[in-house]
Write a protein that binds this ligand. Sequence first.
Ligand SMILES: [Zn+2]
Length: 395
Amino acid sequence: MTTLGLLNIGALATGLLDRPRAEAESILVRDGRIAAIGAARDTDAAHADVVIDCRGTTVMPGLIDSHCHVVLGDYTPRQKTVDFLDSYVHGGITSVVSAGEGVHAPGRPHDPVAAKALAITAAKCFANFRPNGMKVNAGSVILEPGLTEADFAEMARHGVRHAKYGFGGYGDPNDGAPEVRAAQKHGLCVMSHSGGTSIPGSSPISHEVLLHLRPDVCGHVNGGTTSLDEDGLRRIIRESEMALQVVQAGNLKSALFILRLARETGVLDRVCVASDTPTGTGVMPMGVLKSVCELASLGDLPSAEAIALATGNNRRAFRLSTGTVVPGEPADLVVCDAPSASGAQDAFGAIARGDIPGISAIVIDGEVRVARSRNTPLAKRLAAISGVAPFSGGH
Ligand SMILES: [Zn+2]
C-alpha cells in the first residue's frame, strides 16, 4: 500500500458545481484513491510515503478535455504532432474523451464494419496506453448507416462507451436517429456535432436536427468552429436536457451567450468544457485551462464553478469515474497558484482575472506525474515534493 499526502492546501476546488469550494488543509491518498480530506492532524497526510507541500496554493481536480481528437498512439494526424497528449498533461489535463477516432484517421472508410473495428481497437489500445499517465477514454464510434443493434452490443462488450454523430455517410443529418437510439440503448454516450460544417465529410447540424436526434451531448455547441444561432441555442437549452459542451476551439461570443443563458435558466449543470483540439485551431495543451479562465473572467463565473464545468460536469455528462475531489475518487489532482507576474494572490484570483495559473504538481491515480509544468507560466509559490522523484517535469 502506498500513500500520498498533500499538505498546506490554501484553497480547494472540488469539481462539484453545487459546492465548488471546500475548506481543507490536507488530502490523504491511499492506493491511488482519495482516502481523507481535512485537517492535517486528522488525515495524517504528513506521514505519507510521498508528500506534496502545497505551500498555501490551490488544489483542483485534474482537468478533463471531453472533446479531444485522438486516433491511435500519442500522435495527431491532423497536425502531424507527436506527444501532444503528454504535453496536455502539462496543461493540467489528466483525462480526455475521444471525439471519435475516425474523424481524423487518414483515409477513414465509411462502412459500418470499419467504424466498429476502429472504435474497438482504439478502446483496447488506449486501455493499455496512458501517455504521461493520462486517462484516454477512447473507443468513440462514428455512427454510420448500417450499424445494427448487434454491432452496438458487441462494441459495448468490448469497451466502446462513446459514440460520435455528424461524420457518417447520411444523406440527411436527420436520418441518424435509429443509430443514435441503438447506441444509447446499449449504454453508449452519444455526442453529436453541432453547428456548421467543420472539416470535409462533416454535416451542418442545426438545432432542429439536434432536437430530433436527442444525443446525450451537443458537442461544441458554441461551434466547431461555426456556432448555431442564438435562437437555436435558446431552443436547445429550453426544450431539451442535452449536455452543452463549450469548447476552446469554438466561438467565444457564443460560449459566453450559452453560459449566461444556462445560468439564467438554472441549467449550469449541463454545461461542460472541452478543447476540441487538435484541430485546425491547433494543438492546445492549455486549451481547457484557457476556457476556464475565459468563462470566469469574461462571464463573471466564480473560478471554482468554472473549474467544475471542466471537471465534475464532464464526469457526469460523459459517465467517467474521475473529476471530483471527494473520498473514494481516483486522486487525479492539480496543484497551482497565480502566475508569478499576476496581480492575483492565488489561482482562483488569477482565473477570475483571466490569468492562466502556474501548475507546480500534477497527480494521476495518486502518482506524481509532473512537478513544475513545462507549459504553464511559473507559479508564484511552487509546491515542494518529497519522498519520490516525479515521473517527469521541469523545463
Ligand atoms: Zn471536434
